[in-house]
Write a protein that binds this ligand. Structure first.
Ligand SMILES: [Zn+2]
Length: 193
């Protein structure tokens, strides 16, 4: 079983307005929106360092400059997606930038998924092999989804799709004991009266 990360609760506890802000901006613009953060694991202090916007399907978040006791992390949104699936590219970037954790928020539902790396950073060779497996898992999932849509129409597909995507990701994470993950729904921002 893949380990459960605590960063979902940490982010909701400490930087909820920032999460709501990028989610709101992204829904309005239809573009990926993200924040980079510096995180001090000992004090559990999170510092938002940068906000940026990408195009509809990709974002290039500059790696933040953090203090020596801090580690890097980022969150970005996925427009037009009901599920907080981490794309292959997300995980690659996460490995490349040596992020401690990386999260994505699905615009449709506000579902946030985080993957956290622990002490041992996976070697790029091993990671590449398993990333290919993850890719194949997602491909299979897309095929299944098309079949499901043909058979049953749109209803109920989104929810089961999210569960299945998470399952595929979990199988990937099971082979990476140095990674953990968590999921949470980001609550909607309260309207000002
Ligand atoms: Zn992404």
């Amino acid at each position: 079983m893949a380990k459960k990360s605590k960063v979902c609760d940490l982010l909701v506890d400490t930087v909820l307005p920032d999460l709501q802000d990028i989610w709101y901006r992204s829904k309005k613009s239809g573009r990926e929106t993200g924040i980079t953060m510096c995180y001090a694991p000992k004090s559990r202090r999170v510092r938002v360092t940068n906000l940026c916007q990408g195009d509809e399907c990709s974002i290039d978040i500059p790696a933040p400059d953090c203090l020596s006791r801090e580690v890097r992390a980022s969150v970005h949104t996925h427009p037009n997606m009901g599920l907080a699936q981490q794309s292959i590219d997300d995980i690659k970037v996460g490995l490349h930038d040596n992020l401690r954790f990386m999260c994505s928020i699905a615009n449709d539902t506000g579902a946030m998924l985080c993957i956290e790396g622990h002490d041992k950073v996976p070697s790029h060779v091993g990671a590449r092999t398993t990333l290919r497996e993850l890719n194949q898992g997602y491909d299979q999932l897309y095929d299944d989804l098309e079949y499901l849509e043909e058979k049953e129409g749109d209803t109920g597909v989104d929810r089961s799709y999210e569960e299945q995507a998470y399952l595929v990701l979990h199988q990937f994470l099971d082979r990476h004991p140095e990674l953990s993950s968590c999921r949470v729904r980001v609550p909607e921002r309260r309207r000002r009266r």
